[in-house]
Design a binder for this molecule. Structure first.
Ligand code: ZN
Length: 287
């Protein structure tokens, strides 16, 4: 059964580790992540962007697929199904469809409007036992066609949003989505520290986990990050493994054209990436 992400992140924060949010795109992705979490006895959050939700034929299809897998694969570790960067309308769609966690990305609204909409969604989510993440300070890079600049969040604004009763908070600390450019300045631990001092026990979320050096990840966790989002890295490893299979001509040997064979190396590559991240984040054995 799907669970809210609130409990697992409270535990993570208290235990000084982070739970990975791995975004899903299809059945293979979802199965690879769930299988790895179960094998490593780790809690896990499945992230679904609006674009990926649309690609997978809508949120109801996603909920049906994930619930089916939890049962058929005998998954016993805590699993949350989370809307990533949700708009106001899509937060409601996911609450309706049976997601166990949502993120309202109101970072592009003026702070007053972000406050008003977040307040309303906190109540709607909690009425259903669903956890809710909010964002302060736009996170850079491109996500579903929206390009942010990678700014640092204002700690006062973070406190304002945290006090509305959200379960965890994404604060921009110089992180960006996608691949990091060569001239990236790194995470602002000063901002992270200031945000955490203002928000107390609030678990913080680090978006754009792909390509942040391991020592920075560890330092971020020590300063209060309890959820780290990984998306691009699984895409890169999946595609590299698939390319290798085709380039080696394996699709033209025997029944190598069978889609289950074509997708197998990519599936294993996602598993390896997820395992590496769970080990780095410290969530192994914490289910
Ligand atoms: Zn994000």
């Amino acid at each position: 059964m799907l669970v809210s992400a609130a409990e697992m992140l409270k535990k993570a924060k208290a235990g000084h580790y982070a739970v990975g949010q791995f975004n899903i795109n299809n059945l293979e992705w979802t199965k690879a992540i769930l299988q790895t979490a179960q094998e490593l006895n780790s809690p896990v959050i499945l992230g679904v962007s609006e674009g990926a939700g649309k690609y997978m034929c809508g949120y109801k299809t996603v909920v049906g697929m994930v619930n089916g897998m939890l049962e058929e694969m005998n998954i016993t570790v805590p699993v949350a199904l989370h809307l990533d960067h949700g708009s106001y309308e899509h937060c409601y769609k996911c609450l309706e469809a049976g997601f166990s966690s949502i993120m309202f990305d109101g970072s592009h609204y003026p702070i007053e409007e972000n406050v008003a909409k977040t307040t309303e969604l906190v109540k709607a989510a909690h009425d259903k036992g669903v956890s809710i993440e909010a964002e302060v300070g736009a996170i850079g890079g491109e996500e579903d066609g929206v390009i942010g600049m990678g700014e640092c969040a204002d700690p006062e604004e973070c406190k304002k949003i945290a006090d509305l009763g959200v379960d965890f908070l994404a604060a921009g600390i110089g992180n960006i989505h996608g691949k990091y450019p060569a001239n990236w300045k790194g995470l602002s631990f000063e901002t992270l520290d200031a945000v955490q001092k203002k928000t107390g026990d609030m678990p913080l979320v680090l978006h754009g986990g792909t390509g942040i050096p391991a020592d920075m990840i560890k330092k971020a966790i020590s300063l209060g990050v309890a959820k780290i989002n990984v998306n691009t890295e699984c895409q890169l490893s999946f595609t590299a493994a698939t390319r290798k299979y085709i380039e080696e001509g394996k699709d033209q040997q025997g029944k190598g054209y069978d889609p289950r064979k074509v997708l197998a190396p990519g599936f294993e590559a996602i598993k390896a990436t997820v395992k590496e991240k769970m080990e780095l984040f410290g969530s192994v054995g914490k289910a």
